[in-house]
Design a protein around this ligand. Structure first.
Ligand SMILES: Nc1ccn([C@@H]2O[C@H](COP(=O)(O)OP(=O)(O)OP(=O)(O)O)[C@@H](O)[C@H]2O)c(=O)n1
Ligand SMILES: C[C@](O)(CO)[C@H](O)COP(=O)(O)O
Length: 385
């Protein structure tokens, strides 16, 4: 069959009462991730480029809800079979070569599953439907006790949309006595072969109250998009002045000079703090703690780093790692590096294998080589899942 002769309708059955989903509004009219269950399912077909027409089968008592649908509707019957047949009868003689029959309750239906069914039909299959292989062990049971086991070999969990040549499935439904589990059963009773295509876990059928949350989780995961990964860098310099110790990455180290600064002049911690701010495009320490404000005089720089870490957490970021290089001839950093990593990890709530503190000299070149001060450079990685 050429593509021009291939004209596909979708029948979405939505006339059930949803009794297993709990009391109240039938499940198809309840809200899920910002829109009604029915709207999720219908939109997937209406927006699909290979679906030419969408018909929704609704319950006559639901006009208050179905009136706002933007696709044609017909009234369903007392059973799923009867509702499907009502939909097929309504589309008869309208030139559709094929039809996809879908449960409105499978609101997570995605375009690629619809494509897989249509691909199989275009390859010449009488019928095609998505399914997932059974992966759990299967038991028989009675009165809360296992009475036997059942092989799962060759067993599948059937999904919709189930697609068929239009005239063949209409004739099959008209001839069927009723009470079929699905349209594949009806088709097979009429001698049609049905191809299995890959199903999808998010194409679950909302049946019980828990299924709303399960499907919502799938939809949210899909909407979440790629992980947000940010890198920030920080650079700081402090000059030496008279004194007997320096504070580097939170550790007091005896030295022949001190570092000059408004706060405790912890050049390493400042570089890391600026890297965290930088990853969020949140400026630097000076923006959050202006040196013109006396309250930050001689301040423990842990206050600045904690502020940056808390700001990251409030924006949903986790700090994945930080790496800081101290640039100085003296004091020697190596003997203190482990204590520095432990202290920085403690402040940031990070394991020590995510905090790297290392040092280099500048081979006696420049201001660090002349021991006029210490420089530090840092990188931070922030991740939002
Ligand atoms: N008389 C019926 C019965 C069911 N369906 C539709 O068939 C699909 C699968 O049925 P099911 O999940 O069993 O839905 P309900 O019949 O609504 O649920 P319940 O059995 O819990 O009442 C649903 O999209 C449902 O709306 C239908 O159109 N007409
Ligand atoms: C059609 C179906 O969704 C395929 O898995 C399923 O058979 C419908 O079953 P229900 O008993 O009407 O929920």
């Amino acid at each position: 069959m050429t593509n021009s002769a291939f004209k596909t309708a979708a029948v979405i059955v939505a006339a059930g009462r949803g009794t297993r989903a709990g009391a109240g509004l039938p499940k198809q009219w309840r809200s899920l991730a910002g829109q009604r269950v029915a709207d999720h399912a219908i939109t997937a077909f209406v927006t699909h480029p290979r679906i030419d027409h969408v018909l929704v089968v609704v319950h006559p008592d639901d006009t208050e809800h179905s009136a706002s649908l933007t696709v044609p509707t017909v009234s369903g019957g007392a059973t799923r079979d009867a509702s499907v047949l009502a939909g097929l009868n309504a589309l008869n003689d309208q030139g559709f070569s094929h039809v996809l029959i879908h449960d409105v309750a499978r609101a997570g239906i995605d375009a690629s599953t619809i494509d897989a069914v249509i691909d199989a039909l275009q390859s010449g299959a009488d019928g095609a439907a998505p399914a997932l292989p059974v992966t759990d062990a299967l038991w028989c049971g009675a009165n809360g006790v296992v009475t036997g086991t059942q092989s799962r070999d060759g067993l599948f969990r059937a999904q919709t949309p189930q697609g068929f040549a239009f005239d063949a499935i209409l004739a099959a439904h008209r001839a069927h006595p009723g009470n079929a589990a699905d349209d594949v059963e009806v088709a097979r009773a009429a001698g049609l072969d049905v191809t299995i295509v890959a199903g999808n876990e998010r194409n679950l059928k909302i049946t019980t109250p828990d299924d709303f949350a399960r499907l919502e989780k799938h939809l949210q995961n899909d909407q979440r998009g790629p992980m947000d990964i940010r890198l920030g860098n920080g650079y700081d310099v402090h000059a030496f002045e008279d004194g007997d110790h320096v504070i580097l990455c939170g550790i007091k180290i005896p030295h022949t000079k001190a570092l000059k600064g408004h706060s405790d002049a912890d050049v390493g911690m400042h570089a890391v703090t600026d890297a965290v701010y930088g990853a969020m495009a949140e400026g630097d320490i000076g923006r959050h703690f202006p040196p013109t404000e006396s309250e930050w005089k001689d301040m423990d720089s842990a206050v600045f780093l904690k502020h940056a870490v808390n700001l990251a957490a409030s924006k949903g970021f986790t700090i994945s790692n930080v790496d800081c290089t101290l640039i100085c001839e003296r004091p020697k950093v190596g003997p203190h590096a482990a204590a520095m990593m432990a202290r920085m990890g403690e402040i940031m709530g990070l394991a020590t294998d995510r905090v790297s503190i290392k040092a280099t000299t500048s081979e006696k070149l420049g201001f660090t080589g002349r021991e006029e001060g210490i420089a530090a450079i840092a990188t931070a990685t922030l991740v939002k899942p």
